[in-house]
Design a binder for this molecule. Sequence first.
Ligand SMILES: [Zn+2]
Ligand SMILES: [Zn+2]
Length: 111
Amino acid sequence: MAEGIRFVCSSCGNAIQAWSDGHPFYIDEAGNKKYAYHPHHSELAKCIANDSPHLCLQCGNAVKIDSRLASRICPDCNSEKVVSTFCLEGVKCPKCEDGHFVRDNEYYCIS
Ligand SMILES: [Zn+2]
Ligand SMILES: [Zn+2]
């Protein structure tokens, strides 16, 4: 069960959606990374790690960071200023560099 919430910038309205369980994946026989999607629970059982969604505060991109990596850096610009999309409350918006993210209480979904 995944829980979806949304954070919205108080200044420019930049909205970032966040899912509690990220993007779990497993490695197939050929060594390729495969994402497991609901409702494939047999695939979920094989998962070894998670590509966890982050927001880069340097370049402003929404990126995925492999949970197996020891250091969390943005794959696009190599910045260490990445924040889990689930923990954006009060974080300064990288798009307008003016507002900060507040949780949108109107928005909530379960998948
Ligand atoms: Zn903004
Ligand atoms: Zn970046």
